[in-house]
Design a protein around this ligand. Sequence first.
Ligand SMILES: [Ca+2]
Ligand SMILES: [Ca+2]
Ligand SMILES: [Ca+2]
Length: 403
Amino acid sequence: MNYLKKGLCALLFLTAFSACKDDDDAVVLTITGVDFTISVENDNGNEIGVTPTSTFTDSDVTFSVDFGDAAATGDADVKASSGPKVTYAYPEASATYTIKVTASATGSTGSSKQKEHTITFEAATVLADFEDATGLNLRDDTNAGGATFTIESVAAMDGSTSKVGVITNGGIAYEAPSINLTKHVDVRTKSIITMDFYQSGAKDEDGNPTGNVTGNEESKKSIEVQALSLAQSGWQTLTFDFGTDALNSYPDHETAEVVLDQYQKIVIFIGFGVALNGTYWVDNIAGGTLGDAVPDTDGDGVLDNIDKCKDVSGTEANGCNPAVVGTDPTDDAEGSGNITWVGDACGYEVAANPSATGINTSANSIKYTDTGGQYANIQFELAEGETFDLSTKNKFKLKVFLS
Ligand SMILES: [Ca+2]
Ligand SMILES: [Ca+2]
Ligand SMILES: [Ca+2]
């Protein structure tokens, strides 16, 4: 009997050495096949993900991932995982680290594996640090009763005195202050934009900044990402990952695939769809890359992203011509009217009358082309300080031709 037992042990020797040390020892298996994959998690190259694996199936394995950062405080660079990816942000510099994954399981001998990983750090493209207002072309939203957008010096996130953007919401649902760089913001290859954000107290759960980059070109759909402000006060860095989280902006939200592209405008909504009065500070907006120069389609010296009449060569700072002076507004499309039209999400041009018979035999007309905007319109404003007085004259009329 004893002989038979030893014979069996010799047979097992090939596969489980530890089971053969003594006839009466418990079987202790060593965890097999420990390995891990390394992924780069941010556009700067310094945030790394590790996904540990093993081929051991005798019991549940857990992992300890030591990212090997000598500069870390205590075990801040050691993360536990039951299998899913864990991430760690190394210092913002190029360096090589040894990453070690140790596997353990109840009743089994642990096992580990290590690999070298070289961080190639690339600093993010600074889009707006507010130190120099030139080229930022900040635009408020006060025309619509919304936010102001100014610059002031305060104690920034790192404690130094820094110029930062100051957004003061006026109390409407979609306040859209914007930054209009002279080059496109390109999120095709690097698609993460971060922003330092300061709020002075708790807000309701809808008080989330939304970063929106817009095309301002009919061929491009605007896209947006919403980020939660987790700290209730003080500076924090918000991350807008357009590569994984972007949605098309209204009205294309769910009707079209998101296509990352180059954009002319960065719009910052603080409280999206909710009125969120208050003052907020933003700084160090960085990420993506800078793309093509923003064009000046009508050649009036005002770039398309800040030209309120981007197809009309205007003489005013906003790219338009002077507004109508307080006379009765008229326009016969023959050059003798006094209205400066502004197209909003539609095509507008003076074109030959398509049917110069019947009620309208004049040579020209205003050709309005709806390009798909739900509230597309053409509009005009009166001169500064003028108002429409509808108390005695209160009818507008126009001739319309449909083809
Ligand atoms: Ca700054
Ligand atoms: Ca222009
Ligand atoms: Ca213009």
